[in-house]
Design a protein around this ligand. Structure first.
Ligand code: CMC
Length: 362
């Protein structure tokens, strides 16, 4: 059953096609930037040059974090799950203004701040000082700059930009639905986003990327792929980064990310991980393809994030940093014609049972 009508994202799961506001994901990945895609998803049009410049400037002005959030990142247990830290920090940012008006401005601010939050926590965890944002850099470039303290190369910046574009929205996935359920009660946008983060945290959704990377690291060399995959499948264990409820063929995002995984692993000297991934892909498609199980976005994204310097525990937070655009765009669209989401359950229990006083119960 459909939850709403939408003009944001269209997925053709049979043919493996994906469109944001009618534009093919292949064109957007090739020609646009994350800022352009955010503008498109939120405002339903591609920006012209003047609009894009002004939008980029607005986004870059909102990258700083409130002092109390920085303090929290410094004092929180460094072994905490980064998704839990992200969830709490977004809640802290939201406490300052939980009004229901101007969701667009709040969404822009949050999207601008999340990379600062993620990179600060990864650095603090490794005993390093957070690096303040550089407003002269693009969203993707600044993200990587705040992570390493060095301006990224062209390939790194492009890989990051494309990865963010590809994760920005995906119709009615579990985390987006969680956001809508919360928004439909006329709660505030931060509460919706916190719900989205909480749903995305699970390994069947946003954390499959780190699980896929762990699998490549565990395999260790291309020669060991065959034994590993057959063993895992014979034990009925799932291959992470494979399968999708909607796509019954290649997820187009996996195809695009595969070429960036190739480029960044070459650049970073860990191309053997890419070779392992390719072998897993070939073998698994041959084995599972007839069931409609193919690589999804998470299969190669972890390898890209890892090569760009993110620790595996942070991959879902990077996913969230981009998906926040889709969550908020979908919420704004839903609220144009809001109806409280109140599904039904199918009751299979008894009714009219006689109440037994506690002293008579066995
Ligand atoms: N590896 C091996 N077998 C699989 C896999 C997999 N990754 N995924 C599904 N199957 C098999 C499953 O065992 C079942 O086989 P059988 O019919 O013999 O019992 C059949 O395919 C159907 O599985 P299902 O669980 O009913 O299918 P679903 O549509 O509910 O699954 C899924 C969707 C994403 C939960 C599942 O494919 C999965 O667990 N994948 C691994 C986790 C993953 O990569 N998640 C990321 C999803 S995409 C990005 C995102 O949303 O965040």
């Amino acid at each position: 059953m459909a939850v709403k009508e939408t003009s944001i994202t269209y997925i053709d799961g049979k043919m493996g096609r994906l469109f944001y506001r009618g534009y093919s994901i292949f064109d957007l990945a090739e020609f646009s930037s994350f800022e352009e895609v955010a503008f498109l998803l939120w405002k339903n049009k591609l920006p012209n040059m003047r609009e894009l410049e002004s939008f980029k400037k607005t986004m870059s002005e909102h990258r700083d974090l409130p002092d109390q959030v920085m303090e929290y990142l410094t004092n929180v247990d460094p072994s905490s799950n980064p998704m839990d830290v992200l969830r709490t920090a977004v809640s802290m940012i939201g406490t300052a203004d939980t009004s229901q008006d101007d969701i667009m401005t709040k969404s822009i601010k949050l999207t601008s701040k999340i990379p600062t939050l993620i990179t600060a926590f990864q650095r603090i965890r490794s005993g390093e000082q957070p690096i303040p944002p550089d407003p002269s850099l693009s969203h993707a470039s600044n993200f990587l700059y705040m992570l390493s303290g060095e301006k990224p190369t062209e390939i790194e910046e492009r890989a990051m930009d494309v990865a963010l574009i590809l994760h920005a929205d995906h119709e009615m996935n579990a985390s987006t639905f969680a956001c809508l359920v919360i928004a439909s009660t006329l709660s505030d946008i931060y509460s919706s986003v916190i719900g989205g983060i909480s749903a995305l945290k699970g390994p069947l959704h946003g954390a499959a990327n780190s699980e896929a990377l762990k699998m490549f690291l565990e395999i260790g060399s291309p020669e060991k792929v065959e034994e590993y995959v057959y063993k895992r499948l014979s034990r009925k264990e799932r291959l992470m980064g494979f399968g999708h409820r909607i796509y019954k063929t290649y997820d187009p995002r996996a195809i695009i990310l595969r070429s960036y995984a190739d480029k960044v692993t070459k650049l970073k000297g860990n191309h053997h991980l890419y070779e392992i991934a390719r072998k897993v892909e070939d073998l698994a498609v041959r084995t599972l393809g007839e069931k409609g199980i193919y690589p999804n976005v998470d299969f190669y994204s972890g390898l890209v994030f890892y090569s760009l310097g993110f620790s595996p525990g942070f991959f879902p937070t990077v996913f969230a940093s981009s998906r926040v655009v889709g969550w908020t765009a979908q919420v704004m669209e839903y609220l144009n014609d809001n109806r409280l989401i109140r599904p039904k359950a199918i009751y299979v229990g008894d009714v009219e049972k006689p109440y037994v006083p506690i002293e008579d119960r066995s």
